[in-house]
Design a protein around this ligand. Structure first.
Ligand SMILES: Cc1cc2nc3c(=O)[nH]c(=O)nc-3n(C[C@H](O)[C@H](O)[C@H](O)COP(=O)(O)OP(=O)(O)OC[C@H]3O[C@@H](n4cnc5c(N)ncnc54)[C@H](O)[C@@H]3O)c2cc1C
Length: 346
């Protein structure tokens, strides 16, 4: 086995767009901190962008001990070449034993480019991360395989760093601590604009796009809705709470709602503060995508529906009566300027 003893520490890539970080970055710092503690090493973060020093400070609040910051106008938007060059140079200089990226479009692109260039092993789309204690120090990167029927734990024994991308919503961020102290290290961008072959011409935002992974409140409906029409009722509740509408696959397959709303194994994995499962039975392929939500409220007419095993609050009854009643309560409380989510705590 090669000697990798000069590779130490855990590095998390902080993904941002227009100066705003993706939540998965903070979730990965949470996961990374556990690994770093077990290995007794420091937790590092990498922030690349234009005028993103505030994110380096945020990374410290979320658990990083040392943040490498690379800034420049040419780094405003993500492009594979400069971003991977910067990361590669940092890996060469700092020699982290583990590197983590969000399994987003950007994270997958960046991690893939780096792993093939080094070359080293990369486990994509992990949902569990652990380490074997020293002396082995091996990263145990687990991900569902064979249509989620098995968990595969993948090891990278012969190469360093050990790399993984991780699903958004699976890992938990540490509570933000504004008083945490850490070090910010500025690093230069080795590539000038003239050396970068790609140009970002324009970003076209998907107008109808839903962002379930970042949503704090999700109101999800299932086959119990009986058709596309009742999704309007769910949207009213979601709007009243400032949330997004989610759905089970049954609804998507039936053509009641678009796939971008689907939660579960073949849809999004989410970790909102509040998740409503309305007329959803709680099949495992659905619950793998939402069981980490902070508070789950299930509304179902069948008291034996498996979703009640996951729910913190359960309402047995007809969704067509219950949902409008909750929406009315939320609106009433908002009109009184009370916290609309408070009804769920009272
Ligand atoms: C490979 C594979 C991948 C899959 N991926 C996903 C995925 O990503 N996401 C996903 O969701 N599923 C997925 N599935 C499908 C999954 O197995 C279930 O079939 C699906 O989640 C069921 O959706 P549902 O709960 O909406 O419907 P059902 O299981 O039919 O449940 C409907 C529920 O509504 C309740 N109900 C009915 N009427 C009312 C009413 N008036 N008031 C209150 N409650 C009512 C019923 O009691 C019932 O519990 C996948 C399946 C496979 C094989």
């Amino acid at each position: 086995m090669p000697d990798w003893s000069n590779y130490r520490g855990v590095l998390v890539y902080v993904e941002q767009r227009n100066g705003a970080a993706k939540n998965v970055s903070w979730q990965l710092l949470g996961a990374g901190q556990k690994l770093a503690a077990k290995l007794d090493v420091s937790l590092m973060a990498l922030v690349i962008g234009d005028q993103v020093e505030h994110l380096a400070r945020e990374a410290i609040c979320y658990g990083a001990d040392r943040v490498f910051l690379c800034e420049g106008p040419e780094l405003k938007d993500y492009r594979t070449r400069p971003y991977s060059r910067i990361t590669l140079k940092l890996i060469e200089d700092v020699k982290p034993e583990i590197c983590l990226f969000g399994a987003t479009a950007t994270g997958r692109d960046l991690a893939g480019a780096i792993a093939t260039h080094l070359p080293t092993g990369l486990t994509a789309d992990t949902t569990e991360l652990d380490v074997e204690p020293p002396p082995s120090r091996l990263l145990l990167a687990s991900r569902p395989a064979f249509a989620e029927k098995m968990m595969a734990t993948i090891l990278c024994k012969q190469y360093r760093p050990q790399m993984a991308t991780a699903r958004a919503g699976v890992f938990q961020a540490l509570p933000r601590d504004p008083d945490r102290k850490g070090e910010i290290v500025r690093i230069p961008n080795p590539m000038g604009e003239e050396q970068i072959a790609t140009r970002v011409v324009e970003f076209i935002e998907q107008k109808s796009g839903v962002n379930l992974e970042e949503a704090e409140i999700i109101v999800a409906g299932g086959r119990g809705l009986g058709g596309p029409e009742p999704f309007k009722m769910l949207k009213e509740l979601a709007d009243a709470l400032g949330g997004e509408v989610g759905a089970s696959r049954a609804c998507v397959d039936a053509g009641w709602i678009k796939h971008e709303h689907q939660v579960g194994q073949t849809g999004c994995t989410v970790r909102p503060k509040l998740y409503f499962a309305i007329g959803i039975s709680g099949a495992v392929q659905h619950t793998v995508g939402m069981s980490n939500s902070e508070v789950i409220i299930a509304i179902n007419k069948d008291p034996d529906a498996p979703i009640f095993q996951f729910a913190h609050y359960g309402i047995v009854g007809d969704l067509f009566k219950i949902v409008p009643a909750i929406t009315a309560q939320v609106r009433q409380r908002k009109a009184k300027k009370a916290d609309p989510t408070e009804i769920f705590h009272s």
